[in-house]
Design a protein around this ligand. Structure first.
Ligand SMILES: Nc1ncnc2c1ncn2[C@@H]1O[C@H](COP(=O)(O)OP(=O)(O)OP(=O)(O)O)[C@@H](O)[C@H]1O
Length: 129
């Protein structure tokens, strides 16, 4: 194993990890597609830069959680391909982390898009509810 790596090798390995997760994990592809749609919608509805920054933050949290989930699944499968209670604990907790990040991302998305979508539809009267 190399003891000293160049920056480019480190970056290449990190990119391999992202690319591998995109190729193998359907949920990762769904998260990335949702992120692109949400960012396009943010520009379409003219969300302020502060709100777009918040969207970028939650998107990065969801994708990071999904990458860590991929890493934990691979590490657990490497240690034990057999059924094991602790393997289940590790994989379920990793999946739970993705669920929490995704659920709060949806909630933040609703809060940020609620006003702009209603005014785009001309339904400002519903904004007080
Ligand atoms: N070795 C194991 N021992 C015990 N339970 C396991 C094991 N492998 C998987 N499981 C159970 O099956 C579930 C799905 O695990 P799997 O490795 O198939 O992930 P996945 O279907 O790719 O999940 P995700 O959608 O989160 O990526 C785990 O959350 C866990 O409950």
């Amino acid at each position: 194993m190399e003891s000293r790596r160049s920056w480019s090798a480190t970056f290449r390995n990190a990119w391999n990890g992202i690319w591998n997760s995109l190729k193998t994990e359907r949920n990762m592809r769904i998260h990335v597609a949702a992120a692109i749609i949400v960012l396009l919608a943010a520009f379409f509805f003219g969300l302020p830069f502060r709100d777009i920054a918040l969207l970028l933050l939650v998107i990065s949290l969801v994708i990071t959680a999904e990458l860590l989930n991929t890493a934990i699944e691979a590490a657990v499968d490497l240690v034990t391909p057999e059924w094991h209670r602790l393997a289940k604990v590790a994989k379920d907790a990793a999946a739970g982390a993705v669920l929490i990040a995704a659920a709060f991302a949806v909630l933040i998305g609703i809060l940020l898009f609620y006003g702009p979508v209603l005014s785009w539809l001309g339904w400002e009267r519903f904004m007080k509810f």
